[in-house]
Design a protein around this ligand. Structure first.
Ligand SMILES: Nc1ncnc2c1ncn2[C@@H]1O[C@H](COP(=O)(O)OP(=O)(O)OP(=O)(O)O)[C@@H](O)[C@H]1O
Ligand SMILES: [Mg+2]
Length: 271
């Protein structure tokens, strides 16, 4: 369970990116974090694992307050948090398997990691994870030889190799086509349910979020302005999050995208 209490962040530049955010995410729940550009979605995710230092507030994961930890304990606690990024952040010249094993680095002594020697049970677990994300047959391929969807699957397997207690996901599908995006969201939601992992997924695509997450949190100018079931995310709520004009513009864009997707389907390409 993750519990955030009164979290605020003001950057040195004076930008107040988050104001008094309180949020708790129980085990197994996946929260879709939505909001316009600059709303503070990435800042929130980064404050939780302290890539960005919170200005005020508490971030409780189990018993420890992540916001207060010193360097060493922070490093230990970070192992408990799996991160998945839009740009995958894979090591291109390493194999799929090596990338997944790198998720174990926080647990392996430094000299072993230099020699890239991993325990047999780590290797067995990595194979099992690759099987789970559907990449077993690609284990020995170099990361740079994979498609975007496959790369994101490696990113997911690597995060899981850490045996995390929380997943933080920053725009996992932003570089992917619609069909692959749905596959990745489905995989993420299934995995969170199977492993009883709480997760926060920062996502731009509102319909995609609503299709897969159990709860939506809407941020606007650094504040939570919506928190509820996706089915209650109506026109009024969306206008509050995005501003009425922007929301109507987004609807039009999404209609255009749908038309483009249908056109591709008609000619037998894509979804
Ligand atoms: N390193 C930084 N220094 C100063 N201000 C920052 C920094 N990072 C973000 N900000 C500011 O904090 C606010 C929130 O930014 P953030 O990146 O969290 O938004 P976001 O919701 O993730 O946006 P996007 O959807 O475009 O990724 C913005 O006003 C941004 O300009
Ligand atoms: Mg962002």
């Amino acid at each position: 369970m993750l519990q955030i209490d009164s979290l605020s962040k003001t950057y040195r530049t004076g930008d107040k990116a988050l104001t008094d955010i309180s949020l708790s995410v129980p085990k197994g729940q996946i929260v879709g974090l939505i909001g316009p550009s600059g709303a503070g979605k990435s800042t929130l995710i980064r404050c939780i694992n302290r890539l960005v230092e919170p200005t005020e507030g508490r971030i409780l994961l189990g018993d420890s307050d992540l916001a207060r930890l010193g360097k060493r304990p922070l490093r230990r606690q970070r192992r408990r948090i799996g991160m998945i990024f839009q740009e995958y952040a894979l090591v291109e010249r390493l194999t799929v398997m090596e990338n997944v094993l790198s998720g174990r680095l926080g647990y392996v002594p430094f000299w072993r990691s230099c020699l890239r020697r991993f325990e047999p049970h780590d290797v067995r677990r990595a194979y099992a994870l690759l099987d789970r994300v559907g990449l077993l047959q690609h284990a020995d391929k170099r990361a740079d030889a994979l498609s975007g969807g496959q790369r994101q699957r490696v990113g997911i397997a690597r995060a899981l190799a850490q045996e995390p207690e929380l997943l933080l996901v920053d725009e996992p599908t932003a570089s992917l086509d619609p069909k692959t995006s749905r596959q990745i969201m489905r995989l993420l939601t299934e995995i969170c349910a199977e492993r009883k992992l709480p997760a926060i997924v920062n996502i731009h695509d509102v319909p995609l979020a609503c299709q897969f997450v159990q709860r939506v949190v809407g941020l606007s100018a650094g504040k939570v302005v919506f928190d509820g079931d996706p089915s209650t995310l109506d026109e009024t709520a969306l206008s509050t999050i995005y501003g009425a004009d922007d929301w109507h513009a987004m609807q039009q864009e999404s209609r255009d995208d749908d038309e483009a997707e249908s056109a591709l389907r008609l000619v037998g390409v894509g979804t």
